[in-house]
Design a protein around this ligand. Structure first.
Ligand SMILES: Cc1ncc(COP(=O)(O)O)c(C=O)c1O
Length: 370
């Protein structure tokens, strides 16, 4: 199957002009689904809607285990992943802005946290994680799979394996910009908790979180959870009735219902392949245009490319100039704000749309003098 065989845009090939690394462009059918008339969340119409969500979401997370939705930004699920487990000591693996923020989240809720820092842009070495686990007793490890601030893809499978080889620590994974854009295998990678948000490669509007929790995570959280709003055992209990514990954002669930069909019709494998094709296209373009990738080859996210502009081009001016041509891309993040630009090529972006962006970037780079 060629990557463009499936019309990811839902009838509007070449139409995408919005390339932030989240929130992302949303198909018309998904936006329209959100306009569904109101329904109560304790009635049959809701149960009919919600009963169909977990079985398809399991296929996105590649699990036969428990998955749930939460009316929350992904940050709320960072907190939930930790509060439901209430670990004694957390090893926060940090290699960029989002992984550092997750460590900060753990500190804010009063947990004992040690940060294992890798330089921004470089992938985390699983051997470093093992060494850190040998120095103290940790019962949770937090890892960000696709570090959106640097465009680096960590080898989550290898990190998870490395953790299990030397400890019983629970592996808590942020798959915010990898889920539905590049392989995430909750079961076979041995993850204990994995979380994402609707506004990334799932290609829904922002506001809905999705998560997976392993059997052993759920057993332990039943005894120890300090969460209230996002208590996993409550989500489990209500899921039996095809409900959520509290009033959900029903419009998001109507949208997710439509989008899960679209995602599974494309198939997970073809969706990953399309993202990989988009990434490779940006790599080839960057080489031709003289821009350089922040992360090394082989450790680049399939959904967000983080680049340093060629000499003489200002990253900030480039973002502004391409905006004048109608295209939105991301600026750099945190300590890399002024020195990099980021192209989000995730969700339902097609190759024709990306080609138009790259052409506009070339024209813009000639004007974006540093
Ligand atoms: C890797 C990663 N984790 C977490 C977040 C936080 O997401 P939210 O703003 O939905 O809380 C983001 C947002 O860009 C992200 O890219």
């Amino acid at each position: 199957m060629t990557p463009d065989f499936f019309d990811s845009t839902g009838g509007r090939p070449g139409a995408v002009k919005f390339f932030l690394p989240g929130p992302v462009w949303v198909r018309d059918a998904v936006r329209q689904a959100m306009a569904h008339e109101a329904i109560g969340h304790r009635g049959k119409a809701f149960a009919d809607l919600y009963s169909g969500i977990p079985p398809r979401l399991q296929r996105v997370f590649r699990t036969e285990g428990f998955v749930f939705t939460a009316t929350s930004a992904a940050t709320g699920l960072w907190e939930a992943a930790l509060l439901n487990l209430a670990p004694e000591r957390v090893l926060a693996v940090a290699s960029g802005g989002f992984s550092e923020r997750w460590a900060g989240c753990a500190r804010d809720i009063g947990l004992a946290v040690d940060v294992l820092e890798s330089p921004w842009g470089l992938p985390v070495d699983p051997a470093d994680v093992q060494r850190a686990l040998g120095k103290a007793r940790y019962d949770a490890v937090t890892v960000v799979h696709s570090e959106t601030s640097t465009g680096t893809l960590n080898d989550l499978a290898a990190i998870s394996r490395a953790v299990r080889e030397v400890s019983n620590a629970f592996v808590l994974a942020d798959v915010v910009t990898s889920l539905a854009g590049s392989p995430v295998e909750a079961d076979s990678w041995g993850l204990d908790f994995a979380l994402s948000g609707s506004q990334k490669a799932l290609a829904l509007p922002p506001g809905l979180g999705v998560a997976f929790a392993s059997e052993r995570y759920r057993v332990r959280s039943r005894e120890r959870s300090r969460a209230h709003y996002l208590r996993v055992s409550e989500a489990e209990a209500f899921a039996e009735k095809h409900q959520t514990p509290y009033t959900p954002s029903t419009p998001h669930l109507f949208a997710l219902d439509v989008q899960l069909d679209h995602i599974l019709k494309e198939t997970m494998e073809a969706r990953w392949l399309r993202h990989d094709t988009l990434r490779r296209r940006v790599e080839a373009w960057a080489a031709d245009s003289g821009h350089s990738y922040a992360p090394p080859a082989g450790a680049r996210s399939w959904t967000v490319s983080c680049l340093r502009p060629r000499a003489g081009v200002s990253a900030e001016a480039l973002v502004a100039k391409v905006k004048e041509r109608g295209f939105t891309i991301g600026s750099g993040y945190g300590q890399w704000k002024g020195s990099t630009f980021r192209i989000g090529h995730m969700g339902d972006v097609d190759l024709a749309s990306l080609e138009a962006l790259l052409e506009a970037l070339d024209a813009s780079a000639r004007e974006a003098v540093a």
